[in-house]
Write a protein that binds this ligand. Structure first.
Ligand code: ZN
Length: 127
C-alpha cells in the first residue's frame, strides 16, 4: 500500500467518523439517481411532487413522520449537506431550491472515485 493510499484511507475514515457524529451520510450522485441525465433533481423530488425546500433538517419526516432524519452529503458537491433523507422511508427532501441543487448534483456527477482504493469500506457502514 502506498503512502498516499494509506493517507487517503485515514482521511476517509476520519471523515466518516465526523459525518456519523453529525448524523449525515456521504454518497455519490450515482447512488442517488437511476440515471445521469439533464435533470437529476427531478428524479429525486418531482416524481413525488415534493419540491418543498427545508432550510433546516425537518424534525419529522414529512412523508412517514419518522424522527430519523439525516443530512446527505454528495461527494464532489461543493456544499456540505445537500439533501435530507428519512432513515426510515428513505425519501429525499431538498435543502436548497431545485436550481441550486441541480447545479451541485451536475457538478458532482462528474466526480468519480474508485472505492477499492479506499481499502474497502462496506457500503452498509455509510448508513
Ligand atoms: Zn420517512
Amino acid at each position: 500500500m502506498s503512502y498516499l493510499t494509506w493517507f487517503l484511507n485515514q482521511f476517509m475514515r476520519l471523515l466518516k467518523v465526523k459525518l456519523d457524529k453529525l448524523g449525515s451520510k456521504m454518497i455519490m450522485v450515482v447512488d442517488l439517481v437511476d440515471e445521469l441525465s439533464e435533470s437529476l433533481v427531478k428524479q429525486l423530488v418531482l416524481k413525488k411532487d415534493r419540491a418543498v425546500v427545508f432550510k433546516d433538517i425537518p424534525k419529522v419526516c414529512p412523508h412517514c413522520h419518522s424522527t430519523e432524519m439525516r443530512g446527505v452529503e454528495i461527494m464532489g458537491a461543493k456544499l456540505g449537506v445537500l439533501l435530507w433523507e428519512c432513515s426510515d422511508c428513505l425519501d429525499i427532501f431538498l435543502k436548497y431550491d431545485m436550481v441550486k441543487t441541480e447545479r451541485e448534483l451536475q457538478e458532482a456527477s462528474k466526480y468519480w472515485t474508485n472505492m477499492s482504493d479506499w481499502g474497502r469500506i462496506p457500503r452498509a457502514e455509510f448508513n
